[in-house]
Each structure stands twice: as structure tokens, then as C-alpha cells.
Write a new protein. Sequence first.
Length: 441
Amino acid sequence: DVEQSVGIRGRILSFVRAPNGAGDEGSYVYLRDGMLVIRDGRVEAIGPASELEGTLPSGAPVTRYEHELIVPGFIDTHIHFPQTQVIASYGAQLLDWLTRYTFVEEQKYSDPGHCSRGATFFLDELLRNGTTTAVAYGSVHPQSVDAFFAESEKRGTCMVAGKVMMNRNAPPALTDTAETSYADSKALIERWHKRGRQRYCVTPRFAITSTQEQLEAAGALLREFPDVYMQTHLSENLDEIAYVLSLFPDAKNYTDVYDKVGLLGPRSFFGHCIHLAEEELQRLADSRSVAVFCPTSNLFIGSGLFDLANTADAKRPVRIGLGTDVGGGTSYSMLQTAAEAYKVMQLKGQNLPPISAFYMMTRGNAEALSMGAEIGSLEIGCFADFVVLDSKATPAMLHRMETIEDLIEEELFVLMTLGDDRAVRATYVQGQKVHDRQNSS
Ligand code: GUN
Ligand code: ZN
């Protein structure tokens, strides 16, 4: 059955390329009275409502948002699905935090019932926050990834995820082996990769919890399935780095541990990348790998301040993603994540213009995933995954907005600084409303 076209009318913002600083109006399309025409889950047309209204078939339903702002669905390029009950755990830096909290909670995902309840909660929470695509770590248990993809498939979302591979320095109940991690990951790839909108991500947790043999198995999977993704953690915390170098005495540096086994590349996502040396940045840039900035986590776990300007330096630009890193991160909201990114950059003497932040959350993260033609913008042919934002959602926002006339960049800054899930009026996936703030608790 071919669906009939439907219209969404309101203020619409979508990026066409990365902004070159504040005020770069050529980087986005902003329609004050715009129309999105959606058919079969994708954008069929976008433009001024006055031009498109007449093209809709008579009787086609049009949903109108009077003062809200419609932007592409947010994309979170680093999050842990089994850490919904780890978020907000007190008083520890990375290695203690993993042992005291994370490795305890993740053991519960051996139970398929816990996995499916967790997946339901997690995807509800993402959509409540306007996040329509995420790059997620599962637990070591393949059933966690089955539950996650099954739930995503039900909702029609595009998700990227993988089973964590970890075979040492963790409780026995949370470890696999090089062989079983290879076989389980391979079976999950065959079951889920490119099934509808689901994509697989080979997921060695980090160098501390994998032997050389297991990292080699991860590299073998990438060679065998060249279009799957890869995610791991890199250079988050100083004690972590020292430990890695003691475990891999032959490596030139932390990045080299992954490089030696073939884990760098344009589909590889490295969480954190806070304390990298120049030669490591050079290798990430040369291999077109992605460094994922996770500001709420880096501040909360006390890991350090990501140097975005240096990492992305045009002399050897490393590609950048933005992620929440829940449960090390403290918010599911990409708006709050952008607010904390701004503050980290302030401490580094750098700028994060609001258009750059909104670009990163949408098209920037889509391009990091090489999915710019499918998600992250509202261009014709893209999936109609979008979020309807209310810049006046709270008393503080309403009050602040009284001073802003018609300046989209100022409004975006209010949205990211003061906004969170309360500013998400509705979320749509493939043109279907999957969250409405007025109908939710
Ligand atoms: N390094 C290894 N595992 C993790 C994790 O679960 N969270 C964070 N933030 N860092 C990690
Ligand atoms: Zn993480």
C-alpha cells in the first residue's frame, strides 16, 4: 500500500552543511512558515507553506505547529543501553565507577526479561528527549542486543548497536572469550545488520577489558563485514591510559593498541579522546575515524576537558561526534549535552555557536555515521524523523524568550542552555508521532 501524503506545517530548521561560526546563514535553511510533505515515512517535499499547500492532495491531513520549532531528530553517537540504572551513581572516577556500579548493573542483562524491560524504557526515554537515532553499547550478553533491536524495529527507528566484547578485568559473569565474542557478534550481524533501519556496531568495550586476541577478533569482524560500525572507548582517564600501556607494552600509545588490529576507520567511533598526543590525533585523522565528545560524562566522572578546537584542527581534522554517554553521562537530552559542551569549550577558551551545536546534534552526527542522505536533515528523500521543540516550555524559558524577537540563533541558544525533555513537544519517526508531551506523564 502506498500511503497518502501528509503535511506538517510550522517553523522548520535544517542544516545543509557545517556552519563556519555564528551567523553563517548559508549553513541552514530556516522556514518561518514552512511545510514538510511526508510520504511513506520520508520527506517528499519541503518549502514555504504558501508554495506547498496547493500541491497536497485535497483532504490530505496537515498538522500545524503555531510557535514551535521543527528540527531533524537528534542523534546520540555514544550511549550505553544497559546503564539506565547506573546514571547518577555517586563519587567515583572511571575505573572505580565501572567496578562499583556499572559492572554490577550490567550483570542483570543476562535475564532476557530485564533486557526487554530495559529496552522499552531506554527507547521511550530517547524519544521523549527527541533522540531518534543512537549509537549504543549493549551488555556482554547477546540477548541485550536482540532486545534492543527488536524494540527499535517495533518503533521504526534507526539504531546502531552492538554486544560488548570483554574477556578480562571484569567479573566472570560479565566476560566472554575471544572465540565466543567473535561468534556471538557474527550471529548478531547476520541477524540484525541492515535489517530495516538497524545497523550493527562491533563493540570491544576498551583495551583494559579485552586481550590482544579479542581485539584481533574485532578487527577480523570488520574485515569480514566492511559496512558494520565499530565503537570503543579511547583515552578517557589518566589511570585508564597508564593501565592500558602496562597491558600492551609494545604499543606506541593507546590509539596504537586499536590501530595495530585494524580498528581505525571511517565507520569507527572512539568515545572521549580527551588525553591524546598529536601522533594519535594524526592517526585518527588519517584513518577518518570519529572522536566522540561526551561532555556531561567527562565532567561527571571527572575525566577531563575535551579539546574540540585542537581535535578538529583543519591541519589534520579528526571527525567529531557528540554523545551523552549515559550512564556516565548525566542526561539523555542532546540539548543538555550541547549546553555542557558549550561550558567545556568556555573553559578551554573556545566557542560553540548554537548553530554549530544544533548542527552537531543533527546533520553532523549523521555525517559522522555516513548517513547524511538518510537522517540528520529534512532534505527530500530523508526519513521524516524530526522533533518539535518548544522554546517557551518552562517559565524560565518563556521569560527569557520575551527578550528575543525573531533571532533563530538566539532562540537555539536558549533551547540548548535551558531546554531538556520539557522542551520536546513531540517526536516523529518516519512521519509518525511516537511521543507527544501532552499525552505523557
Ligand atoms: N570505559 C569502558 N567502559 C566504559 C563505560 O561504560 N563508560 C565510560 N564512560 N567509559 C568506559
Ligand atoms: Zn561510554
